[in-house]
Design a protein around this ligand. Structure first.
Ligand code: NAD
Length: 294
């Protein structure tokens, strides 16, 4: 297993995940189009590279943590054309199965293996190394990346097919967004009726209505009014859009998912893609004329 790794995309997740590799004593060559992200990376001991091609020249295994399918596709094509030491690319982004299949094919032609490894668990999981890591890619090459992925969290190997892990991740993120949407409606109704928000949350969390929004997002970011859970509305909207589009292409109707998508579209339009996705609750709050705060 190589000790020389690469990291393309040193944003909120990429910064924390690359720091875990650096903290384990590994050598990491990284790049990002945002200079501040690179500065923080080198401050933690990373080696700055000019771009993804420069990373490919130095590192055998390269991790990607990028915002959109189009950018993942571009970066994969750059790496395929660059040659160098690179033998394996692992995409940690949530970008759906379609780009994974295209990227895997173009890299395969260049003799480079492709793994999808979308992750779940947010910034806290990335910082603590407790992410759920959904992995798909060639089973006979898995050993080459398994040890490195152990720095990020618990692995779930889904299968050989490119994009399979991305399907699992999109399905998970649809569930997480749906939980946020419907929990917002339930909380707003209870608070408007006169129940204290914390009492209502305690009831849900001791009862059958508990979910990731009531257990984590509401207590941490909605009740205190900080809206700092750490996941952008634009990213959640992207994930749910990808999920619904993929499901439709597969002939799987997603009626509830389509409603969740529209609530995210409204949140994105009103509060912007950089807002925290817990801002979803503010849409229902405004309609009902009540706020869910402690
Ligand atoms: P982010 O926007 O903070 O980070 C993305 C980084 O990619 C940015 O620093 C950006 O400058 C960089 N970038 C863009 N184009 C580039 C290019 N061509 N070359 C190099 N760098 C480039 O986003 P994030 O929150 O870190 O999320 C990254 C990915 O992880 C997304 O796909 C997201 O859906 C997924 N994800 C995020 C979370 C979360 O809680 N934030 C959780 C799980 C998964």
């Amino acid at each position: 297993m190589t000790d020389t790794l690469g990291f393309v995309g040193l944003g909120r997740m990429g910064a924390l995940m690359s720091e875990r590799l650096l903290g384990a004593g590994l050598t990491v060559h990284g790049c990002d189009v945002t200079p501040d992200a690179v500065k923080s990376f080198t401050g933690h001991g990373g080696i700055a590279a000019a771009d993804a091609a420069a990373v490919a020249r130095e590192a055998e295994v390269i991790f990607l943590s990028l915002p959109t399918p189009a950018i993942v596709g571009e970066v994969a094509a750059t790496i395929a054309a660059a040659g160098g030491k690179v033998r394996t690319v692992v995409d940690l982004s949530t970008t759906g199965p379609t780009v994974a299949k295209v990227a895997a094919a173009s890299l395969c032609d260049a003799g480079i293996h492709w793994f999808d490894c979308p992750v779940s668990g947010g910034l806290k999981g990335a910082r603590d190394g407790t992410l759920a890591c959904m992995v798909s890619g060639p089973s006979d090459e898995y050993e080459a990346v398994k040890g490195h992925l152990s720095h990020f969290g618990k692995q779930f190997y889904v299968g050989d097919g490119p994009g399979l892990a991305q399907v699992a991740k999109l399905a998970n993120n649809l569930l997480a967004a749906a939980a946020m949407v419907v929990s917002s409606e339930a909380m707003v109704m209870g608070v408007k009726a006169g129940i204290a928000p914390q009492v209502l949350l305690d009831i849900f969390n001791a009862s059958t209505g508990r979910n990731s929004a009531t257990q984590d997002k509401f207590p941490r970011s909605v009740l205190p009014g900080t809206f700092d859970f750490g996941f952008h509305t634009g990213l959640s909207y992207k994930d749910v859009r990808l999920c619904i589009d993929e499901a439709e292409a597969m002939g799987v109707p997603m009626i509830t998912g389509a409603v969740v998508r529209q609530i995210l579209a409204a949140t994105n339009a009103k509060f912007g893609p950089q807002s925290d996705f817990t801002s979803i609750v503010k849409i229902t709050e405004e309609w009902a004329g009540v706020e869910v705060r402690s």
